[in-house]
Design a protein around this ligand. Sequence first.
Ligand code: SAH
Length: 214
Amino acid sequence: MNNMQEDRSGFLRDEMVDTQLIARGIRDPKVLKAFRKVPRHLCVPANIQDAAYDDCALPIGEGQTISQPYMVAIMTELLELTGKETILEIGAGSGYQAAILCELARKVISVERVKTLADRASNKLKELGYQNFEVVVGNGAKGYKKQAPYDRILVTAAADKIPQSLIDQLKEGGKLIIPVGNPYFQTLTIIEKIKGEIVTTESIGCVFVPLIDD
Ligand code: SAH
């Protein structure tokens, strides 16, 4: 991409942050800064790059999608990151959410069940210069025991119920965010482990592709 196109993508990113994120109440300056920086257009298939900063989810192949920018932003803000966390993401998809998290946390481990997507996301994150991540191929509904427990767990696919393994792999004081509901509509659900107790709060409605537990 030449300089002029780079300028244009920067302009579109700022516009996305102003009109889609700030306008809807995203406030965390560090989150906004990450969204102004990460090149979303490089995380979508080349033939739809022009639509990368539109206010919607987009197809990324294998029947999967990159979430709408606002959805990525609200989930990121709800994680309340300080920069010290180890995060488990379920559903690497395009790698865009993982790139945002790499900007804001110490380490990101992203589990993806489709190998072609996992390989692509991993190469993309490398190409973007991140070193604080791992993409793992596997069934994230079971979590990823090897590096558990986690400060934060973010599920970017729709679950019909909260997988117990994910609750088990969450640190004391940690936070798990997961869309819970039926295949057509879910509620963004926040689970916190406070002094051994599980505290559940509900956020906005959302629509994600299904979390496939196989
Ligand atoms: N976070 C992604 C969006 C992912 S879409 C992004 O920023 O682009 C949801 C992803 O979850 C898809 O890639 C799908 O293949 C993956 N997925 C679905 N069920 C899964 C499971 N059980 N384990 C790991 N990945 C899963």
